[in-house]
Ligand binder design. Structure first.
Ligand code: FAD
Length: 416
């Protein structure tokens, strides 16, 4: 009899529990701990301000676990690796033989002075990175007729780093459809020196911002929000006035990671980026957003990494070498408005490149190019998430990034 404890029953924790239940002997107990019973399809938050009903985003957390998996609804307060024990906030403690930390990342509005602690929060200042925030924004948008809107990315890493851009494009489309786009001035504010992190995609998204007449305020490192003058202020003294500010704040790991001495300065757990094994303890693996791996914090990453992790875990418990190496593979659709989306596919070493992404049945999907098929792929992902990804069913997508169909930037440049 051995025990596996999984901290966090979100995307990665649920997938890991369901996959491992199929492979671990029945005498193994698998227990998932989460503080609440509400599992959110977080990519849906993006659509809630525009058209998606908030209730569609959430389902019962425990109903996503297959038979033979136990669950405990409680907040984790500390991990004590030397004693292989986890303390819960309600005073209970749980022993484990092996531990998976899958506690995600937390948007921290409190880290920007004046953001959520001033009078403008919930009136002129909104977010869409929580369901409550997205719901409030859905209520506020219909009343916004004219003025300046800032869509603001505070810093990286955040969950789904393309979502702020997607929001800007959907917002632009929203006002275009309402007929008052000419009265609304939209600026995308970022600490990066361009629209995105890597050169090829930064150029593609920069061009798209320009095409949609969305201003770009780059190199903007936020210092605070001035609630008296409704201005976003940077450390180098720049001030951007707003009538509506939509901010994606800095993210950190869960508080218990820091309290357990397991986190870096942002509360993410340092791991071997190829095996996701915690550097501090061989009996701990970290899946999903909670680790410090240098790739996107995304459901797709959680998916590819968790599937590769299963064989590694089965080897680890036998004391054997780990057979699989995760390459940082991420695959994201970026909504660009007007019923289209772009597709990005990349890993630790290869930036998002143009070309084609082989997809069975529907045919190749265009990379870094706006298409209707990519948009339909993004919408279809909601059902894939609930019915295939979470239950641990195999998707027809390679777990490691493939160069098939991709074009190197110089080739792409010549072809233009
Ligand atoms: C607006 C938005 C759009 C997105 N769009 C996409 C997209 O298009 N494609 C994509 O791939 N990804 C997208 N993502 C990112 C994706 O949702 C996350 O990367 C993914 O859910 C991470 O999975 P996780 O298991 O690491 O964390 P989560 O799914 O967040 O789960 C973490 C769990 O840990 C629990 N937990 C935390 N602390 C404690 C504690 N102390 N005690 C007990 N339980 C605790 C939480 O309650 C939670 O259930 C998006 C995210 C957002 C916010």
């Amino acid at each position: 009899m051995a025990s596996l404890l999984i901290l966090g029953g979100g995307t990665a924790g649920t997938m890991a529990a369901n996959l491992l239940r199929k492979h671990l002997p029945s005498e193994w107990t698998i227990t998932v701990v989460d503080r609440d019973d509400d599992h959110h399809y977080q990519p849906g938050y993006l659509f809630v301000p525009f058209w998606m009903k908030p209730s569609r985003v959430s389902r019962n957390r425990w109903a996503q676990l297959s038979g033979g998996i136990e669950h405990i609804q409680a907040a984790v307060s500390r991990v004590v690796p030397d004693e292989r024990r986890v303390n819960l906030a309600d005073g209970r403690s749980l022993d484990y033989d092996w531990l998976i930390i899958a506690s995600g990342s937390v948007p921290r509005h409190d880290l920007i002075p004046g953001l959520s602690d001033g009078p403008l929060w919930g009136t002129k200042i909104h977010d869409f990175y929580t369901l409550d925030g997205a719901r409030r924004l859905a209520e506020a948008l219909p009343d916004f007729e004219e003025g300046k809107i800032l869509v603001h990315l505070a810093e990286l890493p955040i969950k789904c780093p393309v979502a702020p851009l997607e929001f800007a494009f959907l917002l632009e489309d929203h006002f275009r459809k309402r007929g008052n786009r000419h009265k609304v001035d939209i600026t995308y504010v970022t600490p990066l020196d361009g629209a995105f992190t890597k050169p090829v995609s930064a150029k593609a998204f920069g061009d798209l911002l320009e095409d949609r007449s969305i201003r770009l305020a780059a190199d903007f490192t936020v210092s605070h929000v001035d609630n008296d003058t409704s201005r976003l202020v940077s450390y180098d003294g720049r001030e951007l006035p707003f009538d509506l500010l939509v901010t994606i704040p800095p993210h950190t790991g869960a508080q218990f990671i820091t309290d357990s001495g397991l986190g870096n300065d942002m509360g993410f757990v340092p791991v071997d980026k190829l095996t996701l094994r915690a550097k501090a303890d061989d009996r701990i693996f970290v899946l999903g957003d909670a680790s410090d791996i240098p790739t996107s914090k995304a459901g797709s990453v959680a998916h590819f990494a968790t599937e590769l992790f299963v064989d590694n875990f089965l080897a680890a418990i036998k004391g054997e070498p780990l057979p699989n190496e995760f390459d940082g593979h991420a695959n994201c659709f970026l909504e660009s408005g007007r019923g289209q989306a772009l597709l990005l596919d990349f890993n630790y070493d290869t930036e998002p490149l143009p070309g084609e992404f082989p997809a069975p049945v529907v045919g190749p999907m265009k990379l870094l190019k706006r298409t209707r098929l990519n948009h339909l792929g993004k919408l279809a992902f909601e059902q894939i998430y609930w019915h295939m990804l979470l239950p641990g069913k195999r998707l027809p997508v390679p777990l490691k990034m493939s160069m098939a169909g991709k074009r190197q930037p110089d080739t792409a440049q010549k072809e233009k």
